[in-house]
Design a protein around this ligand. Structure first.
Ligand SMILES: NC(=O)c1ccc[n+]([C@@H]2O[C@H](COP(=O)([O-])OP(=O)(O)OC[C@H]3O[C@@H](n4cnc5c(N)ncnc54)[C@H](OP(=O)(O)O)[C@@H]3O)[C@@H](O)[C@H]2O)c1
Length: 280
């Protein structure tokens, strides 16, 4: 049995779909805090189970019979979740960490991810660590202003980053969960090219069939709403990663997706085509 956390999210929902389509010979269980809501995001035939990563004692039945765990970091009490998984007999954990562990180890969110990676390495369970860069799905943040005004307002509008398609993170996770040769490996994951917010806005305009304007704003203008949503420290870190403090390691386009999955990494254009409805 494979337990997928974050199963209603960008990566987890795609992983559940891929594992289900694969029919790889072991069951798939999707974890959510709200089973009724999750049913719409999970294919028929996949078991949905309720549990809260912030309350590891609520995971007992979800972890029953599980040999492999796909774990997104930062949604709850990661250390306690790893302890619960080990106690339940889980053999292998595929962890979604972050590329910032390598590129910006001084930032708070990166330190937190590194602590979870270390906890996993010392847990006695086998592990595979995925370190993705910024997701293409972060541009869902623009959905309302694109729908209402055909505008994207963003700082660092011309800084290109190697944005990764969540489905590629899922594909790498599927390979690690179901195939040999991935245990004890750490995979930095990026998309196939550097793409700036301005070019992403152009791509959205192309798939929508109308112009989407990209309006540059200052870091200070971007900061207040972000800090209100995610807290001051995380907002500052995200702004550094969007362009305030990028470095060569963050800008590197890596071939890990292609090497692990055998298929080239998906482009932002493809993500925009697949998700155009959210911007209409
Ligand atoms: N966005 C980026 O650029 C980026 C970069 C590097 C790493 N990451 C990491 O990637 C991971 C996955 O991101 P995503 O975009 O796929 O996620 P997402 O779409 O934001 O979805 C969040 C998921 O987490 C689940 N969740 C949240 N709190 C939970 C809790 N207390 N207990 C159980 N489940 C909980 C939600 O499930 P329910 O609501 O159904 O309970 C949902 O499925 C995250 O850990 C994130 O930190 C993101």
């Amino acid at each position: 049995m494979i337990l997928v956390t974050g199963a209603t999210g960008n990566v987890g929902s795609e992983l559940v779909r891929q594992l289900h389509v694969d029919g790889h010979g072991t069951g798939v269980r999707a974890l959510t805090r709200d089973a009724a809501r999750a049913r719409a995001a999970v294919p028929d035939g996949v078991e949905v189970t309720e549990g809260d990563l912030g309350r590891p004692e609520s995971l007992k039945s979800a972890l029953g019979g599980v040999r492999s765990l796909f774990l997104i970091s930062g949604a709850g009490d990661d250390a306690a979740v790893l302890d619960a998984a080990r106690d339940a007999g889980v053999e292998h954990v595929v962890l979604v960490s972050s590329i910032t562990v390598m590129t910006h180890p001084h930032l708070g969110p990166a330190r937190a991810n590194l602590a979870v990676e270390r906890r996993l390495a010392e847990s006695g369970m086998e592990w595979t660590v995925l370190r993705p860069t910024q997701f293409a799905s972060n541009t869902f943040w623009w959905a309302q202003s694109v729908r209402d005004e055909s505008v994207v307002r963003v700082p660092y509008a011309d800084v290109g980053l190697p944005t990764v398609h969540p489905a590629d993170i899922a594909s790498v996770a599927r390979a690690a969960l179901t195939g040999p040769g991935h245990r004890g490996r750490t995979y930095p994951l990026t998309g196939p090219e550097l793409i700036s917010p301005r070019r992403q806005a152009d791509e959205l305009g192309r798939v929508l069939g109308r112009e989407v304007a990209c309006v540059g704003i200052t870091r200070d203008e971007a900061y207040a709403p972000m800090a209100a949503m995610m807290g001051a420290e995380v907002a500052d870190s995200v702004l550094d990663l969007m362009g305030g403090d990028v470095n060569d390691a963050l800008l590197a386009v890596r071939d890990t997706v292609a090497r692990v999955t055998g298929s080239p990494a998906r482009s932002y254009s493809r993500w925009a085509e697949e998700n155009a409805d959210a911007f209409r």
